[in-house]
Design a protein. Structure first.
Length: 232
């Protein structure tokens, strides 16, 4: 019966591409093929090109992240897809498009088998309002594709940072998110050697930096990578 109603609704309201609005699919083949993939990765400390996004390429800039990997640029098609995905439009359907993107663009051997995938958490109030955490969905898809363990509860967000009416500077972002995360008391971080922080978009890097700082304070020997679908 559920399948019938889903078919019936699809007939009444056929899907449209989230980017070009052409009917037929939530992301048409032409738009999917126009996603602008990164042709290189960048150091999380100095933002210069770096092989596999490693920080240890000789720069003297500081970052709590040891590595940063992003799939594509946050513009055009991918910006439309992530915006719709993030704010609740047909989550389960758009999840399939995200999964397709991951399967086509992420090498199964990208991280070591000891790596544990950890989503950037939402504050409980934000989670209740939205009903899901997009980073958790990405972790689930990555975990299956890479064959890696995931820990959805390693980090907790204890500060509900508010959206600002204008685009904040990097210093304002860092101040806004300072001390926003803690390590869950029920988790022994000493058991981990490599954590991969997962989020949808990397822009200023302040959120991933704060998460990485929180992890490094609890375990200074931890290797911390960042992974995002998009880079702004």
């Amino acid at each position: 019966m559920y399948a019938f109603w889903r078919w019936f609704i699809s007939v009444l309201f056929p899907p449209k591409c989230v980017h070009c609005a052409v009917p037929g699919a939530y992301l048409c083949e032409e738009c999917f093929n126009n996603i602008e993939y990164l042709d290189k990765q960048y150091c999380p400390a100095c933002n210069n090109p770096s092989i596999l996004g490693y920080k240890s390429h000789g720069c003297s800039s500081r970052s709590y992240l040891d590595q940063l990997i992003s799939v594509a640029w946050y513009r055009g098609v991918l910006r439309s897809l992530i915006t719709k995905f993030k704010y609740g439009a047909s989550i389960r359907v758009l999840e399939k498009e995200i999964n397709k993107l991951i399967k086509l663009s992420v090498e199964p051997t990208l991280f070591s088998k000891e790596a544990v995938l950890v989503p950037v958490p939402l504050h409980p109030a934000r989670f209740r309002a939205r009903g899901f955490n997009q980073a958790q969905i990405i972790v689930k898809l990555l975990s299956k594709h890479l064959g890696l363990a995931a820990d959805l509860n390693l980090l907790k967000r204890v500060v509900n940072t508010q959206k600002q009416s204008r685009e904040p500077s990097y210093k304002e972002r860092r101040k806004n998110i300072k001390d926003a995360f803690i390590v869950n008391d029920n988790v022994s971080l000493q058991l981990y050697t490599h954590v991969v922080l997962v989020d949808d978009v990397y822009t200023s890097g302040s959120t991933l930096e704060e998460c990485a700082k929180t992890l490094k304070k609890a375990n200074p020997n931890l290797f911390v990578s960042g992974f995002t679908l998009a880079r702004g």
